[in-house]
Design a protein around this ligand. Structure first.
Ligand code: DPM
Length: 324
């Protein structure tokens, strides 16, 4: 186990993936924490993750949840970096021994966006033609859209945001689905054609928020990170992550959520859908924001009682079979 030495001169090393989006997010965190502690020194160190190297395989087929986080986690455990900035939705719900989620920063719009090819500028999800080819490699987006729009075709798409937009523009797809938050952070909000309402697409757990991971025993870094934590976002994301932790198996699953805090009541809505879009189970649980994780567990239990486990077991079996 690493020992963290505290000294006033200690430079805090922030780990980041090298993608454009990851760097924008990391520099945002660096600026926020630098503003909170002007006398301290923070520097960014970049690393490539496994997920950055295998761009040709559909995410859902890789079945490895730490795809974008493992190398950064090793870096923390080996004391090469002090904390890592992740898109919270890419951070597995179970962290390696010795690491914790030190902070969750204020969430941006967590919704999904429809981005269309130029020839469909006058269309919305409701009016895209029968057989329109929709690009996504998210099982969650696929299952929900199939449920509400069974007349579309779906095709995998990988690569970073720019690559995906190029593939769309070159005519490979009629439309693609991307997170609003990613497009906004990269100043590409003009590509957001329609924000998909929560009634159609519940977002991924943690979507739109940044999660900062650090060593569990590094009390100095933990204290620094607390200053940039956003409490309502943290409560919402803890409820979402507890829900996912209870339901997921070893791979990406079609699970979506939505949360809101109003009048000190946290409401968590969640859904599990089958890949063919024929079954979709959705329900909500409310409670005190202080009981965020209990709300997540309660919702998982409620969806299980309604048949969510059968749907998920079938999907795990399918993915395992495809992987062979
Ligand atoms: C995860 C998923 C996707 C990313 C699965 C899901 C989308 C994959 C795809 C867990 N991570 O959402 O159901 O559509 O092919 C990812 C994005 C962001 C973080 C890009 C996106 C930016 C938004 C954010 C990829 N990870 O979802 O369009 O920080 O929340």
């Amino acid at each position: 186990m690493t020992v963290t030495v505290s000294s006033p001169s200690r430079i805090i090393r922030i780990g980041s993936r090298k993608s454009q989006l990851a760097l924008v997010q990391t520099y945002w965190v660096q600026e926020a924490i630098q503003n909170a502690f002007p006398e301290r020194q923070f520097e960014v160190q970049t690393m490539s993750t496994h997920g950055d190297k295998i761009l040709d395989v559909a995410l859902s087929k890789i079945g490895d949840k730490g795809l974008f986080t493992k190398e950064l986690e090793l870096g923390m455990l080996q004391n090469e970096i002090d904390f890592a900035v992740h898109s919270l939705k890419d951070l597995p719900t179970q962290l390696p021994e010795g690491l914790v989620l030190g902070s969750v920063t204020e969430r941006e719009n967590p919704a999904d966006a429809l981005v269309v090819h130029a020839k469909h500028q006058d269309k919305q999800l409701e009016t895209l033609p029968e057989g329109a080819v929709i690009g996504t490699s998210s099982l969650r987006r696929l299952a929900q859209l199939r449920y509400y729009y069974p007349h579309f075709e779906f095709k995998d798409i990988r690569g970073n945001l720019n690559t995906r937009l190029q593939k769309l523009d070159s005519g490979d797809y009629d439309a693609i689905i991307l997170a609003v938050a990613g497009l906004e952070r990269l100043e590409m909000r003009d590509r957001i054609h329609q924000i998909i309402p929560a009634e159609i697409s519940l977002h991924a757990v943690g979507q739109g928020a940044l999660g900062i991971e650090c060593r569990a025993e590094d009390t100095e870094v933990l204290a620094l990170l607390k200053e940039i934590q956003h409490t309502p976002t943290t409560q919402r994301c803890y409820a979402e992550r507890a829900f996912l932790r209870d339901l997921e198996g070893g791979c990406q699953v079609p699970i979506g959520v939505n949360t809101a805090i109003e009048n000190n009541v946290l409401k968590l809505t969640g859904m599990v859908a089958s890949l063919d879009g024929k079954q979709l189970i959705k329900d909500s649980v409310e409670g005190s924001p202080d009981d965020a994780e209990a709300i997540g567990h309660a919702l998982a239990q409620r969806l299980r009682e309604q048949g969510a486990q059968d749907i998920l077991d079938k999907i795990f079996a399918e993915i395992q079979r495809d992987a062979k």
